[in-house]
Design a protein around this ligand. Structure first.
Ligand SMILES: O=C(O)c1ccccc1N[C@@H]1O[C@H](COP(=O)(O)O)[C@@H](O)[C@H]1O
Length: 207
């Protein structure tokens, strides 16, 4: 079953919405973004959620000690590194790491393997954005890593394209932020639920 991560959670209501719709993980952004959340707010949300969902903190070129502090105070289960972090940093973090690789062309497995993360996340490159752009990339660029069991697909996914993505890439998980939001921002319950339903339907064709 393809896992679903709903990223850019900013409130308890949004976190509950993602959990009830069947998300495997929620993402909380601790980096410059319209979706940024303060650590004390994330900590309060995560305390109330308990262990019902995987809580992932998103960082962009953050200092190790700052990440360690936020992981501890917010009870994060994983971190997602979305910047230019070096491979050595992955081993220094106290929780499993999802490393984001911006896709500019065909992915070279030998290059990305140097990070040895828990999962490899592939996202679109958009000038001026570290992530959360809402823009998709050419999935053909993932040809050399197809079949990996720890691949997460991100970048411009929405209910209209996620089924095709699941069938073509067969990722461990799909990650979405913009594609399940209202035009003015904030998670849209109907879009979240439609997105997850599309993934579940696509799963039926994949096994
Ligand atoms: O969501 C953000 O604002 C964000 C900010 C900085 C780094 C990563 C961010 N989100 C991640 O970006 C991708 C793609 O998101 P989208 O669906 O295209 O909006 C995804 O991995 C999010 O976790």
């Amino acid at each position: 079953m393809t896992r679903v991560k709903i990223c850019g959670i900013k409130s308890h209501t949004e976190a509950l919405l993602a959990c009830r719709a069947g998300a495997w993980a929620i993402g909380e952004v601790f980096a410059p973004s319209s979706r940024r959340i303060e650590a004390d707010r994330a900590a309060a949300i995560n305390r109330e959620l308990g262990g019902s969902v995987v809580k992932v903190g998103i960082f962009v070129d953050e200092k190790l000690d700052t990440m360690e502090y936020i992981i501890k105070t917010c009870g994060l289960d994983m971190v997602q590194l979305h910047g230019q972090e070096p491979p050595e940093l992955v081993a220094e973090l106290p929780v499993p790491v999802i490393k984001c690789f911006p896709v500019k062309g065909p992915v070279d497995p030998d290059v990305v393997k140097r990070w040895r993360p828990w999962a490899y996340l592939f996202d679109t490159v958009v000038e001026g954005h570290s992530g959360g752009s809402g823009v998709s990339f050419n999935w053909d660029y993932l040809e050399a890593v197809l079949g990996w069991d720890n691949l997460i697909l991100a970048g411009g996914l929405h209910a209209g394209n996620v089924a095709a993505a699941v069938k073509k890439i067969r990722p461990l998980a799909v990650d979405v932020s913009s594609g399940v939001e209202f035009a003015e921002g904030g998670k849209d319950p109907q879009k979240v639920s439609r997105f997850i339903n599309e993934v579940r339907e696509a799963d039926k064709d994949v096994t």
